[in-house]
Design a protein around this ligand. Structure first.
Ligand code: PRP
Ligand code: MN
Ligand code: MG
Length: 181
């Protein structure tokens, strides 16, 4: 028990695939922003790994800030109603903001976040996500940078958790059924 070797069911995206794709995404971002001053906004906690590795693959000196949000309301996590647990330290007025996420599932978190950040007078707000689940999406989002589309299964690793664990797994995987019992 508590052993990654037996908890992992199937690796969906390997460490090498993540590293390679983040390099490609970083060069797209470098090209698109052309040295403009960019503020990366990481959404805690899932985005920490993507933020750390994406930022290091960029060739411009970006700033990084963090937000923590929580869905609330009854039942399952993505109600679409979002509460800010930790707000940005940065004033977004006239800033080029790039939101960095680990995964877009229903899209409800980001949909809310996008309009919240846009209302603060940013010059631009775009989204960069490592993973997206096309079959789970409930709200259409204009996502500028997507790493990988993944099937509609519960995935962990590289920042993504199950009950706060497995964020430190260096690849993206599904969990064996015994973990859920
Ligand atoms: C997860 C994930 C995204 C969000 C996606 O975060 O990291 O932020 O859910 O779901 P959605 O597209 O359906 O809104 P979670 O709320 O689990 O918090 P965490 O990042 O701290 O794990
Ligand atoms: Mn998250
Ligand atoms: Mg989570």
């Amino acid at each position: 028990q508590n052993d990654l070797g037996t908890d992992i069911e199937k690796v969906l995206v390997t460490e090498a695939q993540i590293a390679h794709r983040l390099t490609e995404m970083a060069s797209d971002i470098d090209r698109d922003y052309q040295g403009r001053d960019v503020l990366l906004v990481g959404v805690l906690k899932g985005a920490v790994m993507v933020m750390a590795d994406l930022a290091r693959a960029l060739h411009s000196p970006v700033r990084m800030d963090w937000m923590a949000v929580s869905s609330y309301g009854s039942g399952t996590k993505s109600s679409g109603v979002v509460r800010i647990l930790k707000d940005l330290d940065t004033d977004l007025k006239d800033q080029h903001v790039l939101i960095v996420e680990d995964i877009i599932d229903s899209g409800l978190t980001l949909s809310w976040l996008l309009s919240n950040l846009r209302s603060r007078g940013a010059a631009s707000v775009e989204i960069c996500t490592l993973l997206r689940k096309p079959e789970a999406v409930k709200v259409e989002l204009d996502v500028r940078y997507v790493g990988f589309d993944v099937p509609n299964e519960f995935v962990i690793g590289y920042g993504l958790d199950y009950a706060e664990r497995y964020r430190n797994v260096p690849f993206v995987a599904t969990l064996a059924p015994h973990v859920y019992q």
